[in-house]
Design a protein around this ligand. Structure first.
Ligand SMILES: Cc1cc2nc3c(=O)[nH]c(=O)nc-3n(C[C@H](O)[C@H](O)[C@H](O)COP(=O)(O)OP(=O)(O)OC[C@H]3O[C@@H](n4cnc5c(N)ncnc54)[C@H](O)[C@@H]3O)c2cc1C
Length: 409
């Protein structure tokens, strides 16, 4: 039997596609993992904005056959950056002409005078590709807030296809004709939240094969046995979707902790008693330190609502202690500072910590993950998913990886 640890998107996709008998073990009392939705006081909130832009026609079809299409909305993305008390279009690097004149000149001159020598780190890559001013005004402060680490510790390609690259020619063409497309230029959202995608993945599964409230505590790799808070189970293959570092710990496999690091993200979902001024943006980026958050999203601008419904994301080092009450007060103060909240009053709120949320991708970490994965595979253990593979990926990527594994096992 295949034992699957975790009933998030990766675990449920594996269960859908495997030909083997299986059992899913999930520590929570619900499925979905990070792809989850909260219904509270008339507001619909995800763990953080989860939007979908399926590229693979097989995945798109699989989902569309299992989801209520009439409840899907297709949204053409509109996002901006709050920079020095003004809003400029995202991505920053393609919209420097919207900056005050002197700052625009600085960005443009640095773009032409940059030292393009290839750099191994993320920070070095930002200087080399965009020049000092664009790097220091937006790209470095914003990403440092998100990753909560020194960007010199990340690989140049840490964000892969999620990073909006643009060359000089594109940047200049954009001055006249705005073309701010990105990997998620338009996206799908379900009126009842991201959890509906999880329900689609559960539709054809036998509920008896998903054990909720069952946490895997340890793994005996030699004897193919998992111990949970309820029982011991023998497996043929073990498919783990839990964070890679935790899998290594409960399997007693030594690894280099210094190279497998990550941030965590505190998400506040906030519902207000009034509509608010911003009716256009789907989310806004905040590079400046005077705001505690790095991004604020507007559910109420995706599914129009007469009350403002926000998600707010704040990045922390994974070891940081978080005082949720204090952070909520600071968040509300900063939302007022940013003129997102004016006279509206908070009507309802919810918070969740996503830990890990963004792993710190670097060369040594990538090598350590492959070395440990090889060792795990010798014991018929396969680690998949955004945190299982310790990478930066979307739900579609997670589904593809899980399907790929079913073809091998
Ligand atoms: C801020 C943020 C925004 C995002 N936005 C998007 C988006 O817009 N679009 C998109 O496609 N993707 C988005 N993602 C990525 C997406 O959330 C992940 O790719 C996806 O949810 C990962 O699914 P998973 O099944 O691999 O892992 P998880 O969802 O983490 O599932 C792992 C499961 O394992 C369970 N578990 C852990 N330990 C144990 C244990 N010991 N025993 C039993 N069970 C255990 C957990 O409870 C969980 O249910 C976002 C991620 C973040 C952090």
């Amino acid at each position: 039997m295949d034992v699957i640890i975790g009933a998030g998107v990766s675990g449920l996709t594996y269960a859908n596609f495997t030909k083997n008998d299986y059992l899913v073990l999930e520590q929570d009392d619900h499925t979905g993992g990070l792809c989850n939705t909260i219904f509270q006081d008339g507001f619909v909130w995800d763990y953080s904005g989860h939007f979908f832009h399926f590229q693979d026609p097989r995945i798109a079809q699989f989902i569309s056959e299992r989801i209520d299409q009439s409840k899907l909305v297709k949204v053409d993305k509109h996002t901006q950056i709050r920079y020095k008390n003004r809003l400029i279009d995202f991505p920053f690097q393609k919209n420097i002409h919207q900056l005050p004149q002197q700052e625009f000149i600085d960005c443009l001159c640095d773009l032409f005078e940059k030292d393009e020598k290839q750099q191994p780190t993320f920070k070095g890559m930002l200087y080399a590709k965009f020049g000092k001013s664009i790097a220091e005004k937006f790209l470095i402060p914003y990403n440092s807030k998100l990753y909560a680490t020194d960007l010199d510790k990340l690989d140049a390609d840490a964000m892969g296809r999620f990073f909006p690259y643009a060359d000089k020619e594109e940047i200049i063409r954009n001055f006249r004709q705005s073309k701010n497309d990105s990997y998620n230029g338009s996206f799908l959202y379900h009126k009842e939240g991201a959890i509906e995608y999880v329900h689609a993945l559960e539709r054809d599964l036998d509920a008896n094969k998903i054990a909720l409230n069952e946490r895997v505590i340890s793994i005996d790799t030699e004897n193919h046995i998992v111990e949970t808070n309820m029982r011991t189970i023998q497996y043929d293959h073990l498919i783990s979707t839990i964070p890679f570092t935790r899998l290594l710990q409960i399997s007693q496999i030594p690894y280099n902790q210094r190279v497998l690091t990550s941030n965590k993200v505190l998400v506040f979902n906030l519902g207000f008693d009034g509509r608010g001024f911003d009716t256009k943006n789907h989310w806004i980026y905040f590079p400046e330190k005077k705001y505690c958050f790095y991004r604020v999203g507007f559910y109420s601008n995706i599914i129009p609502l007469d009350r403002m419904s926000l998600y707010v994301e704040i990045g922390f080092n994974s070891n940081a202690a978080i005082d949720v009450g204090k952070m909520l007060a600071r968040t509300l103060e900063d939302l007022r500072k940013a003129h997102i909240v004016n006279k509206e009053r908070l009507a309802s709120w919810h918070s969740v910590v996503m830990n890990p949320a963004y792993v710190h991708i670097n060369r040594q970490g990538i090598d350590e993950v492959s070395r440990c994965k090889e060792e795990l595979a010798r014991h018929d253990i396969y680690s998949i998913g955004r945190y299982g593979s310790w990478n930066y990926s979307s739900i579609e990527d997670n589904m593809k990886e899980a399907i790929q594994l079913t073809l091998i096992l």
